[in-house]
Design a protein around this ligand. Sequence first.
Ligand SMILES: *Cc1c(COP(=O)(O)O)cnc(C)c1O
Length: 360
Amino acid sequence: MSRVYNFSAGPAVLPEEVLKEAADEMLDYRGTGMSVMEMSHRSKAYDTIIKEAEADLRELMNIPDNYKVLFLQGGASQQFAMIPMNLMKNRVADYIVTGQWAKKAYQEACIYGKANKIASSEDQTFSYIPDCSDLPISEDADYVYICENNTIYGTKFKTLPNTKGKPLVADVSSCFLSEPVDVTKYGVIYGGVQKNIGPAGVVIVIIREDLITEDVLPGTPTMLKYKIHADNDSLYNTPPAYGIYICGKVFKWLKKQGGLEAMKAYNEKKAAILYDYLDQSKLFKGTVRKEDRSLMNVPFVTGNEELDAKFVKEAKAAGFENLKGHRTVGGMRASIYNAMPMEGVEKLVEFMKKFEEENA
Ligand SMILES: *Cc1c(COP(=O)(O)O)cnc(C)c1O
């Protein structure tokens, strides 16, 4: 068996320990004589799995009791619709557009009401986070929306926007559990898990209880109501059971690493290895304004498309996978999520140095 260093933006690298444990339990989950994949979601064994997953996530993120944790399906993209359907009581919401994912969410919200683009960084290919300290928040806005870490462009909000009292809704798909967050600052925190937590197919929604109501837009399907999932502890219908089981294992792994403070320290150290090299390289350069750099997604270019392609090809041959940048940006992108070991980034930088020497 040989594993590569996988720099994919998502689905992405998972902790090897978790994969091994899942492999060990594949045929017989703890004496049940079956795989978790084959198990009723109403069984005693599964009840323990989902309850422990929620309890561990609550502990990791220090989630207050007045927030519900929902394990849903449909990916982060389904939340682009679910959020306005459930939250747009006045049919008004303010969107801060810092990349493709925020833009898609904004466009989806336009279907349901008056979505206002109150700030954007599209003028400079989304390479920075706009100043959000005093934005023209609409008086009747039901919420203010951000994508906290922009997976494609490699930017991250270091300071949350001043929402002037409106609930903040944040897509944290690509920075989920990468550092501590103050949950009380948000109305809704949500993310697809396939970036930093688990297998595709699960989206986690952490939502303040007062935002979960029967008062949703007319025509909202039952399956797209937060209330139905909250009232049924994410077991209204069959949940993405195996995916949640893997997420649960990742939560335990994170606790073992020392929790989110420890992950933040590790991630900062890990990202610095790559950014420090980029800052002094004569060949490669980062594409993002320094103060807005993501700890998770690091885009970089040589400035020459042919050389970029050569780099991606040679890197792949050397065991560094998925370094090609997003199709809308070009260049390269290294996604260095929680489960990417320090060693992976050190070796990548060694490889980049060698490539730089050879192509000077
Ligand atoms: C990947 C990603 C999405 C889309 O996720 P799906 O689960 O494929 O719908 C949305 N937002 C962000 C920030 C992402 O990184």
